[in-house]
Design a protein around this ligand. Structure first.
Ligand code: EPS
Length: 389
């Protein structure tokens, strides 16, 4: 069975839930490292009041015993602290009360799932759409991604990321070793390596907030230590770069993805794009550069995976945009809702998490086994195959 997961839960409901299936047995779980990923996602300059209410931690309620996976489905929950303010509004049982008391939403916000979801599911209370489409769901996706990271760490695979742009402010390019990149971005309020850029981005977010607006950006994820040959060229849905692209665009508000130099490849000549092949006894086959971001033919080539994603500005604005009331069909200026001015630093953590998941899934497809021991044996065997090639 290949690795898979599903999530359930609403942003103001009691909790978010995930069920992860296909994790091998005997994977040691580091609970602190799991919650550290959740904490990383909550940080970041530009978040709104909700993040002061939540202190996310993941509780494992199935599939782990005495600190190790058993091979059974893993059930994870992340509680919503804010639920206590919403027990009536979000009750699963019918409630009495006015639209106001039910916090019924009838004015769809441009840029959200509200209107499409209302029309598609025939829901006259758009809260039924927005509660599930909220980016709050990414909390539990980060928890799931943290499990994937722990699996991959057993094979020396390491994941980091950085913010490359927030609105008009671009971070200067850097070529830091991954360890250093992780250390420096971890110390930054906006997940950049450079302090001057950090200050500029903070000031820019302040300005945007003051103007009642929101701002998006570009984030990057790097995965090091990936063996050659994850994914496959033989079928469209086995190409790992394609699966990563799908995962990235599935993150709330993400509108585009690049692998390696991405769109820049459209402006350059072939000789400026392709990564020349080198060989040495010590390293085996390697590349002189990594413009293709670790992928050729939908398979990893042993170079670091480099993935970028672009996040649009959060559509809930204090500055009103035009919309139409679904009751009266009259135009109105969209209502003000509590929101974040910028969630790009948090999105950078979500990007890392979804990429980790796709890499772990492809890793288990290649080296699959029911226990960590079986997977390690398969992995060692493949390494020998590569050495003898
Ligand atoms: C979100 C709206 C805000 C964000 C939320 C995503 O929540 P609320 O509606 O409660 O103010 O804070 O993000 C999170 C709760 C989170 O954990 O990231 C939205 O509409 O997508």
């Amino acid at each position: 069975m290949s690795l898979r997961y599903l999530t359930a839960g609403e942003t103001h409901g009691p909790q978010l839930t995930a069920i992860v299936e296909g994790m091998p047995s005997n994977l040691r779980i580091d609970f602190e490292a799991l919650n550290f990923q959740l904490l990383r996602r909550q940080k970041g300059y530009g978040r709104g009041r909700r993040m002061q209410i939540e202190r996310d931690t993941a509780d494992i309620v199935g599939g782990v015993r005495h600190g190790q996976t058993t091979g059974a489905p893993i059930a994870l929950i992340v509680a919503n602290n804010d639920w206590k303010h919403w027990t009536k509004i979000m009750n699963v049982e019918p409630i009495e009360g006015t639209d106001e008391e039910k916090r019924r939403v009838h004015r769809p916000r441009p840029g959200h799932a509200d209107l499409n979801g209302g029309l598609k599911y025939d829901l006259k209370d758009l809260r039924n759409v927005l509660e599930r489409s909220s980016a709050r769901e990414t909390a539990v996706r980060v928890a799931v991604g943290a499990l994937a990271r722990q699996l991959l760490a057993n094979f020396g695979i390491k994941i980091g990321g950085q913010v490359l742009r927030i609105g008009e402010i671009e971070a200067p390019a850097n070529n830091l070793p991954l360890e250093e990149l992780i250390e420096r971005t971890e110390a930054s309020s906006v997940r950049v390596v450079d302090e001057e850029t950090e200050k500029k981005m903070e000031a820019y977010i302040d300005l945007i907030k003051k103007e009642g607006d929101s701002v998006g950006g570009v984030v990057e994820c790097i995965v090091e230590g990936v063996p050659i040959g994850l994914g496959s060229h033989v079928q469209y849905d086995r190409k790992l770069d394609a699966r990563i692209a799908q995962a990235v665009v599935s993150i709330n508000a993400f509108k585009g993805v690049e692998i390696g130099i991405g769109f820049e490849a459209g402006q350059l000549r072939g000789s400026q794009v392709h990564d020349e092949i080198l060989y040495s006894e010590e390293t085996g086959y390697t590349r002189a550069s990594n413009r293709l971001g670790g992928f050729e033919g939908g398979m990893t080539n042993g170079m670091p995976i480099v993935v970028r994603g672009v996040m649009k500005p959060i559509p809930t604005l204090y500055k009103p945009l035009r919309s139409v009331d679904i009751d009266t069909k009259e135009p109105f200026n969209a209502q003000v809702e509590r929101s974040d001015a910028c969630a790009v630093p948090a999105a950078s953590v979500v990007l890392e998490s979804v990429v980790a998941w796709e890499v772990a899934k492809a890793f288990l497809e290649k080296f699959g086994g029911d226990s960590m021991e079986e997977i390690k044996a398969n992995y060692e065997n493949y390494k020998r195959q590569l050495e003898n090639y």
